[in-house]
Structure formats: structure tokens, C-alpha cells
Design a protein around this ligand. Structure first.
Ligand SMILES: NC(=O)c1ccc[n+]([C@@H]2O[C@H](COP(=O)([O-])OP(=O)(O)OC[C@H]3O[C@@H](n4cnc5c(N)ncnc54)[C@H](OP(=O)(O)O)[C@@H]3O)[C@@H](O)[C@H]2O)c1
Length: 270
């Protein structure tokens, strides 16, 4: 991993993290506070959590957290975030485009508002945040964006169908943006976490016993940051790497068959 403060030295002083109130996003905020950033804009809906993070960052590291409490799944929300950032007189140098959720179950049994909510948050908001914040960084010829996808982006996941499709969107978007931003001074990396101990499982209806393959949010953060400027995509954890890269050349039908078995087990644990 890059040494402390070299991250800010390379990219600038102000970071923005979506999904900052828990899990991977909160862990990114804490890491960035220790990496030389002087301001971290923390975006999520739960203002109490953002306030706790603000107090912690100020006390432990003397870093300013600017909480923005907003529902990013709402149309126009990303634009409102940009307006608030501009009203504070801030320019964002480092973006963690991370807010997202999943729901496990038969497609038809999932409330349609949760299905469209997944598409709105995991796809539209991610694309909007990328479009709105990349332009400033490109203009200044300096910056970075981390996009949180998932290992389920690499293979369709039955009973997690919409979620895996939205994460495939994030993967394609991030990989293409990496190529598009080459030579502009802006680094883009897409991180693919596997099972990670966060609040995601509770929201998704997944088993929450956090059995051994589970990784910590701090692991995911380290993996993403260490790949920044070097790779387009990075899979977090050796076992997840083996699963993604080791199965890459399997026939699609075999991959789908395996995915169905794994997901059926998850569904039974529910
Ligand atoms: N944990 C895993 O096993 C795993 C595996 C692969 C990929 N991922 C991905 O990792 C990312 C982070 O998830 P996590 O694991 O850290 O889960 P988490 O602990 O549930 O965190 C999700 C974050 O997204 C925010 N969020 C949810 N809905 C939102 C909305 N409508 N508007 C604004 N913010 C919203 C939540 O804040 P509020 O509720 O306060 O709004 C929270 O801060 C997600 O994109 C997820 O798909 C997770």
C-alpha cells in the first residue's frame, strides 16, 4: 500500500466517498483521513452515522468531514451533491463511488421498488457521480476514482439477478473509464470485493454468520488503493481472485451451472 500522505500528495487534498455511513465506504473515509486528505466529503442517507464519523475524524486525525445526507437513488441527487460541494467552495480530487445494495430472492418476489432502487443506486447514481466529478479532475489533470463493483459482476448470479447485473454495469463502466482517462492524469480503478463483513448482508437477506471466506472492509480498501494507477480492475482476496480468474476460461454454461449451485446454497441459508 502507498505510504501515508503520499496518496494525497499524488491526488490532492479533498476526497468524496459515497456510502460513507458504514462498511467499505466508512473504512475508505477512515483510510483517507490517515492518508493526508484534509477534507473528506461523506455521502449517505443516515446523518447520525455521518455525524459520528465526523466527530471521530476530527478527534483522531484532525481531518474535516463534510457530511452530505442524501438519498442517491433519487433522480438528480448526484447533481445536488455537486451543488453542495461547490457551495462549500470545494474541488474534489479523489472519489470513491461506492454506495450500493443488493437483494437476494426470486426476481418476482422482490418488491419492484427495491429492484428499481438497485438500478437507480448501483447504476444511475454511479454513472452520474462519475460524469459530474471526473470533469473537474480531468480539467485539473489530477485525480482518482475508485468504483466498487463485486465478484458477482463476472458471472450472472441466479436469485441475485438484478444485483449481479448492476455490478456488471459498474465493472464495464469502471473498466472503460480507466481506458478513457489514460493520459489525463486521472486514475480509475474498479474493485471487486467478494463476501465482506459489512451491513450489506443484513440488507440483502444473505447469511450473516461471516464464515471464513469473509474479508474485512479494511482489506477491500487496501486492495483498491494499492491497485490505483496500476490496474483497471482488482479482485479483493486470494480466494476471490482464484474464483474469478480460475474460472475465466470455463464454458459460460458451466459457469452458470456452478453459480446456480452456489447461489442456491445462499438462498437456503437465508
Ligand atoms: N459486503 C459485501 O459482501 C460486498 C461484496 C461485493 C460488493 N459490495 C459492494 O460494496 C459497496 C459498499 O457496500 P458495503 O458492503 O459497505 O455495505 P453497507 O455496509 O450496507 O454500506 C452501504 C452504504 O451505501 C449507502 N447507501 C445505501 N443506499 C443508499 C442510498 N439510497 N443513497 C445513499 N447512500 C446509500 C449506505 O448508507 P445509508 O444507509 O446511510 O444511506 C451505506 O453507507 C456496495 O456497492 C456493495 O454492492 C459489497
Amino acid at each position: 500500500m502507498r505510504s501515508q500522505s503520499s496518496l494525497a500528495k499524488r491526488y490532492g487534498s479533498t476526497a468524496l466517498v459515497t456510502g460513507a455511513s458504514s462498511g467499505i465506504g466508512a473504512s475508505f473515509c477512515r483510510e483517507l483521513c490517515q492518508s493526508g486528505f484534509t477534507t473528506v466529503i461523506a455521502v449517505a442517507r443516515r446523518s447520525d452515522r455521518l455525524e459520528e464519523l465526523r466527530a471521530e475524524a476530527e478527534k483522531r486525525w484532525g481531518v474535516r468531514i463534510v457530511p452530505i445526507s442524501i438519498d442517491l437513488a433519487r433522480e438528480g441527487a448526484a447533481r445536488e451533491v455537486l451543488s453542495q460541494v461547490e457551495a462549500f467552495g470545494l474541488e474534489v480530487d479523489f472519489v470513491v463511488n461506492n454506495a450500493g445494495f443488493g437483494v437476494l430472492g426470486d426476481m418476482e418476489s422482490i418488491d419492484i421498488s427495491r429492484t428499481t432502487g438497485m438500478v437507480d443506486l448501483n447504476c444511475r447514481a454511479v454513472a452520474e457521480v462519475a460524469a459530474l466529478f471526473l470533469s473537474g479532475m480531468k480539467r485539473r489533470r489530477r485525480g482518482a476514482m475508485i468504483i466498487t463493483s463485486s465478484v458477482v459482476a463476472t458471472v450472472p448470479a441466479p436469485w441475485f439477478a438484478v444485483y449481479s447485473a448492476t455490478k456488471a454495469f459498474d465493472l464495464y463502466l469502471g473498466e472503460a473509464l480507466y481506458a478513457e482517462c489514460k493520459g489525463t492524469g486521472v486514475d480509475v480503478v474498479t474493485v471487486l470485493p467478494g463476501l465482506t463483513r459489512t451491513e450489506f448482508q443484513a440488507g440483502a437477506g444473505l447469511d450473516r454468520q461471516y464464515h471464513s471466506p469473509y474479508r474485512s472492509p479494511e482489506d477491500v480498501v487496501r486492495t483498491a488503493i494499492s491497485a490505483l494507477g496500476r490496474k483497471a480492475i482488482v479482485v479483493d482476496g486470494a480466494l476471490n481472485k482464484l474464483l474469478v480468474h480460475g474460472t475465466r476460461f470455463l464454458p459460460r454454461a458451466v459457469l452458470l451451472w456452478l453459480s446456480r449451485i452456489v447461489m442456491k446454497v445462499e438462498l437456503r441459508r437465508e
